[in-house]
Design a binder for this molecule. Sequence first.
Ligand SMILES: *[C@@H]1O[C@H](CO)[C@@H](O)[C@H](O)[C@H]1NC(C)=O
Ligand SMILES: *[C@@H]1O[C@H](CO)[C@@H](O)[C@H](O)[C@H]1NC(C)=O
Ligand SMILES: *[C@@H]1O[C@H](CO)[C@@H](O)[C@H](O)[C@H]1NC(C)=O
Ligand SMILES: *[C@@H]1O[C@H](CO)[C@@H](O)[C@H](O)[C@H]1NC(C)=O
Ligand SMILES: *[C@@H]1O[C@H](CO)[C@@H](O)[C@H](O)[C@H]1NC(C)=O
Ligand SMILES: *[C@@H]1O[C@H](CO)[C@@H](O)[C@H](O)[C@H]1NC(C)=O
Ligand SMILES: *[C@@H]1O[C@H](CO)[C@@H](O)[C@H](O)[C@H]1NC(C)=O
Ligand SMILES: *[C@@H]1O[C@H](CO)[C@@H](O)[C@H](O)[C@H]1NC(C)=O
Ligand SMILES: *[C@@H]1O[C@H](CO)[C@@H](O)[C@H](O)[C@H]1NC(C)=O
Ligand SMILES: *[C@@H]1O[C@H](CO)[C@@H](O)[C@H](O)[C@H]1NC(C)=O
Ligand SMILES: *[C@@H]1O[C@H](CO)[C@@H](O)[C@H](O)[C@H]1NC(C)=O
Length: 367
Amino acid sequence: MHSSLALLVPLLAVLTSVSAQTCNQTSLCPSTAPCCSEYGFCGSGYYCLGGCNPLYSNSLDSCKPNPICESANYTLVDTSRILTNYTYFEGNASEYDWVVEEGTIMNTTSSGEAALALLLTENGGGTLMSSTRYVHYGKITTRLKTGRWAGVVTAAITMSSIKDEIDWEFPGNQTTTGQTNYFWQGVIPPQTAGVTETGLSDTYDNFHDYTVDWSPSSLTFLVDGNVTRTIMASDCVDNSTGVSQYPNTPSRIQLSIWPAGISSEPEGTVEWAGGMINWNDPDYVSAGHFYALFQSVSVECNDPVAPNASDTGYVYGPNATLDTPSITFSNTTTELNGGAMIGAGLGGVQGFLVAISIMFALAVHVF
Ligand SMILES: *[C@@H]1O[C@H](CO)[C@@H](O)[C@H](O)[C@H]1NC(C)=O
Ligand SMILES: *[C@@H]1O[C@H](CO)[C@@H](O)[C@H](O)[C@H]1NC(C)=O
Ligand SMILES: *[C@@H]1O[C@H](CO)[C@@H](O)[C@H](O)[C@H]1NC(C)=O
Ligand SMILES: *[C@@H]1O[C@H](CO)[C@@H](O)[C@H](O)[C@H]1NC(C)=O
Ligand SMILES: *[C@@H]1O[C@H](CO)[C@@H](O)[C@H](O)[C@H]1NC(C)=O
Ligand SMILES: *[C@@H]1O[C@H](CO)[C@@H](O)[C@H](O)[C@H]1NC(C)=O
Ligand SMILES: *[C@@H]1O[C@H](CO)[C@@H](O)[C@H](O)[C@H]1NC(C)=O
Ligand SMILES: *[C@@H]1O[C@H](CO)[C@@H](O)[C@H](O)[C@H]1NC(C)=O
Ligand SMILES: *[C@@H]1O[C@H](CO)[C@@H](O)[C@H](O)[C@H]1NC(C)=O
Ligand SMILES: *[C@@H]1O[C@H](CO)[C@@H](O)[C@H](O)[C@H]1NC(C)=O
Ligand SMILES: *[C@@H]1O[C@H](CO)[C@@H](O)[C@H](O)[C@H]1NC(C)=O
């Protein structure tokens, strides 16, 4: 599931009056609005930051470099390094570790241990929080408690600018399982599908460590340090075209809770998520929201080549192998306006919200 694209926001009404230029493989962005945002709309400013697609932008270097990986243990209750309004982000990954792209976060100790709650409401939709840095191979462990409500999905994924994606996802009606999946440039490699890992102790009641160990040659999923699934890159070659359909581009970490069980979602998505959300659920009525709890994320970078001390970001170059762009380090700024302090907003706030709402309206789910 492309969970990051599937949060539903209540801004849909806005979109009817505005037309934003979309970008795709056959229609790159113009020089006046050079960057193709993660939601597939042309613009400037923060359109050029996290998720900006270099292949659909005006030129390969229109997007800002992707801030490079830094090994870290993020304690999510330390909210001082989480920017809650993405429209103010200027690309300084030393200033913020995370940005809330949509929705609401909240500190909580209700489960007995401090954690960050990502909220989901009927009118407000879900919550999506992205890392400001990218990982170009590495081991990522997220400690979380899932929701337990049919139609409500909890997710911890990696997502690249060209939609390479690695997923841990948790449909809310099944609290003893977790689902793993991966995509290459938005495509599910033909020989795989999502795999359900069973036999977990209740994922709503218990924190578990969900790990993705991603290297150029293999992808391993673990729960509490135990391997549950391994995928070899060599098995991901499409033998009819010779293309390696293995995730291989720098990716942000995205944590989310999103409503899959709502009437605007395709039937297959609703069913996958366990059915329609019951907004009269006693948990929802008493708390005023559904939630998923995220305690920590640890990142051990595993770049195939070590960066120079002055390198700050990853950039895309011409294809290194068939249909696979080359990735190199860059020492140019990852920040808007050359890293100089600028006023927030840039007149683009409205456009950003509109773009998001349009994208959410268009959200398409692929199994
Ligand atoms: C690509 O974008 C152009 C311009 O916005 C649009 O007309 C076209 O329908 C898009 N193509 C696809 C396949 O989405
Ligand atoms: C993260 O925590 C682990 C385990 O305590 C430790 O081995 C590792 O060095 C820490 N990483 C960083 C970057 O601090
Ligand atoms: C983020 O900031 C912009 C600009 O001030 C504002 O319009 C928008 O409502 C804010 N979003 C949220 C979720 O607070
Ligand atoms: C980025 O953030 C860091 C940490 O807050 C700060 O020291 C640095 O000056 C910022 N860089 C720019 C260009 O604003
Ligand atoms: C969350 O809790 C931590 C400590 O437990 C505190 O430092 C932080 O300021 C809190 N954040 C908010 C938004 O309340
Ligand atoms: C693996 O799973 C077992 C329970 O089956 C558990 O006791 C153990 O702590 C887990 N982790 C590791 C690293 O073995
Ligand atoms: C392509 O061939 C290799 C070598 O025989 C094999 O390991 C791999 O699974 C094949 N790929 C697919 C998608 O079947
Ligand atoms: C959850 O929903 C899925 C998909 O509709 C269904 O196959 C499964 O049986 C449900 N699980 C439980 C525990 O209700
Ligand atoms: C490190 O810098 C040298 C000199 O500028 C350059 O040739 C080399 O490609 C750089 N390596 C990386 C990994 O950035
Ligand atoms: C490079 O790869 C992309 C897919 O990542 C593909 O669309 C494009 O056609 C390739 N370009 C060349 C020149 O082969
Ligand atoms: C930045 O990279 C360029 C090209 O690789 C190199 O010539 C230059 O010396 C680098 N600058 C620094 C400060 O390392």
